[in-house]
Design a protein around this ligand. Structure first.
Ligand code: PEP
Length: 250
């Protein structure tokens, strides 16, 4: 299994921002880990074209569950693939909150992503109220079961554990809290899909990852990389995180 450093640019970036992505690619020409940036959809083709011949891969941040049709403003998985994406983030907490996305919808989107040949990064994570109520494992377990379709494999599924309260806040769970959730997710995947599949699904941690805390996070068992928001926008910061992930694989 190759570890994965994934950047989520969210609704940030115009053509001028491509230089940051290219600087990341240039800094890791022989990357020992997989490198991915998910820019806004408007930049996918330009980034994928510019990244040709480098280790940098490009992904989308969402797709529609349908293959095509009357869905103004939406983008299908096949369109992402056609634009040059190989991954798509699905069920990010901002989509779940801003657009009311349910586990069932995320599951349908994941099926659409797989049908188009994309690898889905399915996000799960509890709110602070849910953690304080002792419901973290119940919540992420329900999200995992409901959002992941049958037929998962290590090649087409990545899970990102992103505590909602850690996204963009500078707050990070303790290493023990991250380990508890990642161990739980691994066991749940093993139980559903068999260990031969479960151990190959990469489990990313996401939420305020920075160069200064990356090494500690990547040393945690069952953490196979990171989904990085704010720190992926600047090449120097994302490169520092990638370097820490490369160090963790020796
Ligand atoms: C994210 O939104 O996927 C994320 C992890 O954001 P940040 O790194 O900025 O907390």
């Amino acid at each position: 299994m190759r570890k994965l450093a994934a950047g989520n640019w969210k609704m940030n970036g115009t053509t001028g921002s491509l230089a940051e992505a290219m600087a990341v690619a240039a800094a890791h020409p022989d990357a020992a880990v997989e490198l991915l940036i998910c820019p806004p959809a408007t930049l996918i083709t330009a980034m994928a074209t510019a990244a040709t011949g480098t280790p940098l891969e490009v992904g989308g941040q969402d797709c529609h569950a349908a293959a095509s049709g009357a869905h103004t403003g939406d983008i299908s998985a096949a369109m992402l693939s056609d634009a040059g994406a190989s991954y798509v983030i699905l069920g990010h907490s901002e989509r779940r909150t801003d657009h009311g996305e349910t586990d069932a919808l995320v599951r349908a989107k994941t099926e659409a992503a797989w049908a188009a040949g994309l690898t889905a990064i399915v996000c799960v994570g509890e709110t602070l109220a849910e953690r304080d109520a002792g419901r973290t494992l119940e919540v992420v377990g329900r999200q995992l079961d409901g959002s992941v379709p049958n037929g998962a494999s290590g090649a087409r599924l990545v899970i990102a554990y992103e505590p909602v309260w850690a996204i963009g806040t500078g707050k990070v769970p303790t290493t023990g809290q991250i380990a508890e959730v990642h161990d739980f997710l691994r066991a749940r995947l093993d139980a559903r899909f068999g260990e031969g599949v479960g151990r190959l699904v990469r489990l990313l941690y996401g939420g305020s990852v920075k160069p200064s805390n990356a090494a500690e996070i990547f040393a945690i068992r069952n953490v196979d990389g990171a989904l990085v928001g704010g720190a992926s926008l600047k090449a120097a910061e994302f490169s520092g995180i990638i370097a820490a992930l490369e160090d963790s694989v020796g």
